[in-house]
Design a protein. Structure first.
Length: 156
């Protein structure tokens, strides 16, 4: 079974906006903003909706930068379409699901993020486009096994 999702990341100068997930899948970890693509919704529409719901920000301009596939034992796959939001309206606010915080790019809290983020996040910060395949054990335990990340010239 495959679930299609989005993830939005916003940079401002030497900082990047992350949010602490307060509930649900990924609770207790810093991440970007995103979630599942709803039926009848494009990936871009889902990205805009999720960013607004979780942060109060309205995306005006963006670029798709990566696609990661998270494979879990039992056959579950989560496809994450990663966007760099380059222009937006508003200021990030705390919501029921996410608590925002700007981090210096040199101080990204990898130890408080998904274990796989250390493999692809630096590529994002370097301005590279990428595809990644990440393998975990049981989806509930989130135990990280291994990965393959490929830098590409452009993302579809």
């Amino acid at each position: 079974m495959k679930t299609v999702t989005t993830l939005s990341l916003i940079e401002k100068g030497d900082k990047i906006l992350l949010a602490m997930k307060k509930r649900g899948f990924g609770e207790g970890w810093w991440n970007g903003y995103g979630g599942k693509v709803a039926e009848g919704e494009t990936i871009e529409e889902a990205m805009i909706r999720e960013l607004e719901e979780e942060s109060g920000l309205l995306a005006k301009e963006w670029r798709k930068r990566g696609v990661n596939y998270f494979h879990f034992e039992g056959g579950e796959v989560i496809e994450v379409n990663i966007f760099e939001v380059t222009d937006y309206i508003g200021d990030p606010v705390e919501t029921e699901e996410m608590r925002p915080r700007w981090f210096k790019k040199s101080a990204v809290p990898y130890h408080l993020m998904w274990p796989s983020d250390g493999q692809w996040f630096p590529l994002f910060l370097e301005g590279k486009d990428f595809y990644g395949d990440f393998f975990f054990g049981d989806i509930e335990k989130k135990n990280y096994l291994n990965c393959e990340v490929r830098i590409v010239d452009g993302i579809k």
